[in-house]
Design a binder for this molecule. Structure first.
Ligand code: NAD
Length: 512
């Protein structure tokens, strides 16, 4: 893979770049910049090192972004959309290389790496259309000869802080919409996947340069310290944060403390209810893919199965059999189902969760464990495992970002829905049933409390056309499709008086 990855980096044009920041055409780092190594979880080898942005680098980037905003906000939205269209075209050309880098640097399967880039392309297409549809309403004024309407203006600089598990797609969900809305963006990718960040920035920087756009429309800053600078910077009116609930709490209180706005896309604890009226074969595939895909490192990964008591034993046996067929190994080898976790800290969290679960009473029907030796030399490969638990166990209430699946039995649908909702997080949920009444109850106001509720589809993954995000400790943010664009703009209500008097609202009289 090492030879192959050098070619991939070369094709992406990032081999000779070793930046701490980029404002578009300007790439750089202070003389005293420290570096971090990007290690592949696939084989534990160093891919490259990247410099870390300093406070001076940060200042230089924010200044460029402020200048660029003045230009970019005045460009007609469809013209901004055309730049995004060209970005989508550039991504089509780089899909194979960027997808391969995502797979090698993050550890997800090659198919999922390509899928992530496809998601970027799809959101660009969506944003291009949106650039001609940033509609505001008109309202009837209560006063004669007055006109009232609302319009949407860009916010300014949007700070995007992203997680390691979707190293490219989450940025593009945010940035493609933010750009057509007239904002400029500063991206701080996860320090676990910095090269994906450099590659994406290189692709958009080339598009911007080919269009003679000024520096500062798309900016990249590498390093954990940048997060706090963004949180506390009044020049950044909107922060879109994707990551753990723990860090999300820090970000949201810092941003709210300065009356900034945030979009929070935090942890999930997603369940599938398996009804006695479910299509069992479909349910097994949905459950296994949801639990072990991306090695359980998706915010929408299936963590809990809530199974009807009448089919519980049968389903458990079929699930155990399916787990027996899983192939764990190099995610770039398309025969494997399960790749590695991201790093040592993730492996420690996985083993800790298993130990804690056992202490609380979890009964493992498929045992876990860390895999070592060839071909698992990175030390980050673990066995997907399954345990019978009760929903109130502390470990079941938490999100463990690893392939651990919990089984819970239920009697009535009311009870199943209450178990599904009985966790602090509220991202994705699903019911597998062929019974219309059950499906509708699950989707009703008394049903799932999550941002995403599916019928006969698992919890994992989503299409870009819908608004994506979740409730409760998942943070309440929405990104991607539907009218999620409104979060990137400020609404202004305008009232115009074209009469020759000045009537006041609510009929108030004020004569001089
Ligand atoms: P994380 O919270 O550890 O890190 C996320 C980002 O925050 C990284 O870029 C990190 O460098 C940065 N960061 C760290 N400290 C910061 C601070 N004080 N201020 C600002 N930024 C800071 O998360 P992770 O391990 O990279 O990703 C996994 C988590 O992300 C899981 O909980 C997963 O559910 C969640 N996630 C949620 C969604 C969603 O859409 N809801 C999508 C992907 C991942």
């Amino acid at each position: 893979m090492q030879n192959n990855i050098s070619t991939v980096l070369k094709n992406l044009g990032v081999l000779d770049l070793n930046p701490a920041f980029s404002t578009g055409s300007n790439w750089g780092a202070s003389a005293n910049a420290k570096t971090i190594d990007s290690l592949s979880p696939v084989d534990g080898k160093k891919i490259a090192s990247v410099q870390l942005a300093t406070a001076e680098d940060y200042e230089a980037v924010v200044k460029k972004a402020e200048e660029a905003f003045i230009f970019w906000r005045s460009l007609p939205a469809p013209k901004r959309g055309d730049i995004v269209r060209q970005f989508g075209d550039a991504l089509r050309l780089h899909k194979e290389d960027l997808g391969t880098l995502v797979s090698y640097e993050m550890g997800k399967s090659l198919q999922e790496g390509f899928g992530e880039v496809q998601e970027m392309i799809d959101i660009c297409d969506f944003a291009v259309g949106l650039s001609r549809q940033l509609y505001g309403l008109t309202m009837h004024s209560e006063r004669p000869n007055h006109r009232m309407y609302e319009q949407w203006h860009p916010m300014g600089i949007v700070g995007i802080i992203s997680a390691f598990n979707f190293p490219v797609a989450v940025w593009s969900w945010n940035t493609a919409l933010a750009w057509v809305c007239g904002n400029v963006c500063i991206w701080k990718p996860s320090s676990k996947t910095p090269l994906c960040g450099v590659a994406c920035q290189h692709i958009i920087a080339t598009v911007l340069k080919n269009n003679d756009m000024p520096e500062g429309i798309s900016n990249l800053l590498i390093g954990n310290a940048v997060g706090d600078l963004i949180n506390n910077d009044k020049r950044i009116p909107l922060v879109s944060f994707t990551g753990s609930t723990r860090i999300g709490r820090v970000v949201s209180s810092a941003v709210a403390g300065r009356f900034g706005r945030s979009i929070l896309e935090l942890g999930g604890n997603n369940a599938i209810i398996i009804s006695k009226d479910a299509d069992i074969d479909m349910s097994i595939i949905g459950a296994v893919f949801g639990a072990v895909g991306t090695a359980g490192q998706r915010c929408t990964s299936t963590r809990r199965l809530i199974i009807h008591e009448d089919i519980y034993e049968d389903f458990k046996n079929k699930l155990t059999k399916a787990y027996g067929q899983l192939r764990i190994g190099d995610p770039l080898d398309q025969h494997n189902h399960v790749g590695p976790l991201i790093d040592t800290a993730a492996v420690d969290m996985y083993t800790h969760a298993i130990e804690k679960g056992k202490k609380e009473g979890a009964k493992f029907i498929v045992e876990g464990g860390v895999l070592n030796g060839n071909p698992y030399q990175s030390g980050f490969y673990v066995k997907p495992c399954v345990a019978e638990v009760e929903n109130h166990y502390e470990i079941v209430q938490e999100e463990t970002f690893a392939p651990i699946l919990y089984l819970i039995k239920y009697k009535t649908l009311d009870q199943a829905i209450s178990l599904q909702n009985g966790v602090p997080q509220g991202l994705s949920s699903a019911i597998m049933t062929l019974n219309l009444r059950e499906a509708e109850q699950f989707l009703s106001v008394a049903g799932s409390d999550c941002g995403i509720a599916n019928v006969n589809i698992g919890t994992s993954g989503a299409e870009i056309g819908g608004a994506f995000g979740g409730e409760k400790e998942t943070g309440g943010g929405r990104e991607s499709g539907s009218d999620a664009w409104k979060a990137y703009m400020r609404r202004q209500t305008n009232t115009i008086n074209y009469s020759n008097t000045l009537p006041l609202a609510q009929g108030i009289k004020f004569d001089l």
